[in-house]
Design a protein around this ligand. Structure first.
Ligand code: ATP
Length: 300
């Protein structure tokens, strides 16, 4: 489990991370989402003891990262895929890490295979690796100590769609076996498919935190009527805020029953009525992470 309590990081007058708290439970994948510069990497670096917080604290399995003995056996970390020594081969890099962690060297080859780096790739120097290959090596490195927790910063960067699909499978399997996964991305679509929970950060603050279902429920109801103008008017008059989609449907900030009853009271014919789907989540994400959206949330 990962617990983040009121983490704050200031660089001079700039607050990169502002009073951030969240938890990642065992058996779940948590997607840590936010646009570039939102504070994801800084938060993850603080969890891993690489950046000292200005205030607040984080623990992994109940202890600060720095107090874990042989941390690689508890937490697999991939913060920067290019951090490996460029002159070593992938296999050498993993073998060395196995020695440091006291892990059986026999795991090196099975992990290279698991992450899709064949024997030839294992013999190549890291400087010859593509970004996708470095991410695969980084994941192998993170898994080497057979940890219970994974912390991965933008691991899908540089992977092709097939690689992203593959990585989702590895992470899902890790969590289904009781592991805890925290993975960051600036792309909602990248984590939506694998994450059980989403923590959204914008401008250094947490702007949304919940299960996908909770966040979707909060993202409203999609409704399409025979007469979109009248429907919009009826909902707005009833105090429900609505936005119009390009296909003349409305995303109403109310549950389906409220929307249906409002339409019925106005004698309006509905063609569609359902919880807002992924599009609603996308809209929520965009809204929450734009400066005005974040300010609106913080003011609530
Ligand atoms: N060492 C540093 N010194 C000064 N400012 C920093 C430092 N590290 C990060 N920042 C600033 O803190 C803010 C958050 O950066 P951070 O890298 O955590 O964001 P991010 O969400 O991970 O985005 P990205 O995906 O672009 O890395 C940014 O404004 C960044 O410029």
């Amino acid at each position: 489990m990962i617990s983040v309590e009121h983490l704050t990081k200031r660089y001079g007058p700039h607050t990169a991370v502002n009073d951030v708290s969240f938890r990642c439970e065992a058996g779940t994948v948590t997607g840590f989402l936010g646009p570039n510069g939102a504070g994801k990497s800084t938060t993850m670096r603080m969890i891993c003891g690489l950046t000292p917080p200005t205030a607040g604290a984080a623990t992994v399995d109940g202890r600060p990262y720095k107090r874990l003995s042989n941390p690689g056996r508890h937490v697999g970390v991939l913060l920067d895929a290019s951090a490996q020594h460029p002159g070593r081969t992938g296999r050498e890099a993993l073998t060395l890490a196995a020695q440091v962690m006291g892990v059986d060297r026999g795991r090196v080859d099975s992990l290279l295979a698991l992450v899709g780096l064949d024997a030839k790739a294992g013999r190549k120097r890291v400087k010859q690796y593509s970004l996708g290959m470095r991410q695969r090596l980084g994941l192998a490195h993170a898994l080497l100590g057979d940890p219970r927790v994974l912390i991965l910063d933008e691991p899908a960067n540089g992977l092709d769609p097939e690689g992203i699909f593959w990585m989702r499978g590895v992470l899902r399997d890790f969590a289904d076996r009781g592991g805890t996964v925290l993975l960051s991305s600036h792309l909602l679509r990248e984590v939506e498919a694998v994450a059980d929970r989403l923590v959204v950060i914008g401008g250094g603050r947490i702007v949304a935190d919940g299960t996908k279902e909770e966040l979707l429920a909060g993202s409203g109801t999609r409704v399409r009527g025979l007469d979109p103008d009248k429907l919009e008017w009826a909902l707005t008059t009833a105090g429900v805020s609505v936005t119009r989609t390009p296909d003349d449907a409305l995303i109403a900030q109310a549950d389906a029953e409220t929307v249906g009853r409002t339409a019925a009271a106005g004698g309006l014919v509905l063609l569609e009525l359902r919880p807002a789907d992924g599009a609603g989540l996308e809209q929520l994400f965009l809204e929450l992470t734009t400066p005005n959206g974040a300010a609106r949330e913080a003011a609530r």
